[in-house]
Design a protein around this ligand. Structure first.
Ligand SMILES: NC(=O)C1=CN([C@@H]2O[C@H](COP(=O)(O)OP(=O)(O)OC[C@H]3O[C@@H](n4cnc5c(N)ncnc54)[C@H](OP(=O)(O)O)[C@@H]3O)[C@@H](O)[C@H]2O)C=CC1
Ligand SMILES: CC(=O)N[C@@H](CCC(=O)OP(=O)(O)O)C(=O)O
Length: 403
């Protein structure tokens, strides 16, 4: 097979046939792989000829992804590749600003995407809506500084708690945008879609709270379970902790074992209790223990509840079946079938089921999600679809990746 050389980079003829010829501009350049790739990507005979790609400018809604160099930002970018109306026009990063996304996340290199810039250099004049995928604490001031006409889905915890004092207590941080907190709508789609549809700023739920509230809210609303003694044993993949380097997330610290963390103190406790208390119109307190599992993505919540007098697990099952009968993404498995995290991997589904405990009057509910999809970026896209008047599942019809 013949080959062509540009600077230090050599391409075989098969590669050139598949991806198109290089522009004369690239022939004159220093041959760095990135510049060559950029010119190939913009060539009319390049990827477009083998796989038709829709340019962001051809899509009707222009999207900014803040924190595109993180796990949830990258997941938003992956999901948007299949969205017919949302096109990414702006992407930001912090330490990785200036790098092409394909060098940070090679799995995204096949998309035509703008370069990642620092937030201070981002141009929001060509943006209609933003996914804010930044750490909590840093998010409030950044959102405060964004143009007011932008629709925003914030994936951080900064606007999830309606009580600012509770935020400051559990997060140990002062809240820097209390006025925006009043405006924010909590984004548990299946429960609050009426409000989400009209919102400008949506606080996307945390992953644990999503997996826990989806089964419990309908059961509490129907008065089928007692509000005391709700015990939640939850497990998460390590991507839940983000991509930033932390000693606790080293391979040696998380592989070949599992461990609990945040016992009684995890910052998702007030978020879970807020959702369940809203559903019951009274204060609900839960016992919640998260665990870190040696897997990259996935989340299971195993929830032990006391049923109301005379209620059976059949009643719980039928209530959940009825609550979610018209939902695309929340599904009850056949009776007796155990949900696994691997059944929802890469998808926006929440699968759940109800089992009878050996202790009379108690039930065990199992709920699984992919923490990066229904637990973060997928639900965020579901919410933005609603906010922009599109079908909720647009761009989200991914089948789970199994095994
Ligand atoms: N991971 C998960 O499963 C879930 C995460 N969330 C929440 O979503 C948000 C993002 O999480 P995740 O993607 O996992 O986090 P990552 O740590 O993987 O990514 C964080 C992103 O924010 C950027 N960033 C960090 N600090 C700053 C700063 N001071 N100014 C501007 N940009 C900054 C990083 O840029 P760079 O890398 O270039 O430095 C990176 O792009 C968090 O609030 C998280 O709690 C919510 C639900 C689930
Ligand atoms: C495994 C792991 O570390 N998970 C994170 C929760 C991820 C999530 O939903 O986070 P936010 O509330 O920050 O959005 C944690 O326990 O803090």
């Amino acid at each position: 097979m013949s080959s062509t050389t540009f600077g230090s980079v050599s391409f075989n003829s098969g590669w050139l046939r598949k991806h198109g010829t290089l522009s004369s501009n690239s022939r004159q350049c220093d041959g760095s792989l990135l510049r060559v790739r950029a010119s190939v990507a913009s060539s009319p005979q390049s990827l477009r000829s083998t796989k038709e790609k829709i340019d962001a400018s051809e899509k009707s809604v222009r999207i900014g992804v803040l924190g595109a160099s993180g796990y949830t930002g990258a997941e938003v970018v992956r999901l948007l590749a299949n969205h017919p109306h949302f096109g990414i026009t702006t992407m930001t990063a912090d330490r990785k600003a200036g790098q092409p996304i394909g060098s940070v996340f090679p799995h995204l290199m096949t998309q035509d995407l703008p370069a990642m810039v620092a937030i201070k250099d981002a141009d929001f004049s060509n943006v209609d809506a933003v996914f804010c995928c930044l750490p909590h604490g840093t998010t409030q001031e950044i959102i405060k500084s964004l143009p007011k006409q932008l629709k925003i889905v914030d994936l951080s915890a900064d606007f999830r708690l309606s009580n600012i004092n509770e935020y400051e207590e559990w997060y140990g941080l002062p809240h820097k945008a209390p006025e925006l907190q009043k405006e924010a709508v909590y984004g548990l789609t299946e429960v609050l879609r009426g409000k989400i549809r009209n919102a400008r700023l949506v606080a996307n739920p945390g992953c644990y709270p999503t997996s826990i509230q989806l089964p419990l809210v309908p059961l509490i609303k129907a008065g089928l379970i007692e509000l005391r003694n709700i015990i939640i044993d939850a497990k998460s993949g390590v991507s839940g902790a983000g991509r930033g380097a932390k000693e606790a997330n080293l391979y040696t610290e998380v592989s070949e074992g599992l461990h609990s963390y945040g016992i009684t103190k995890h910052r998702h406790v007030p978020e879970i209790e807020q959702g369940l208390s809203d559903a019951s119109h009274s204060k609900v307190t839960v016992s919640f223990t998260p665990h870190l599992m040696p897997m990259s993505r996935g989340m299971q919540s195993t929830i032990y509840v006391e049923m109301a007098p005379g209620v059976t697990t059949d009643d719980l099952y039928l209530e959940l079946l009825s609550a979610y009968k018209d939902e695309v993404f929340v599904r009850l498995l056949e009776r007796g079938v155990v949900p696994h995290t691997r059944h929802v991997r890469g998808s926006n589904y929440c699968f759940m089921n109800v089992f009878e405990d050996r202790i009379p009057g108690r039930a065990i509910i199992i709920s699984v999600i992919d923490n990066l999809v229904k637990g973060a970026s997928g639900q965020a896209l579901q919410n933005l679809n609603l906010m922009m008047g599109f079908p909720e599942n647009m761009g989200l019809d991914y089948q789970p990746l199994f095994p």
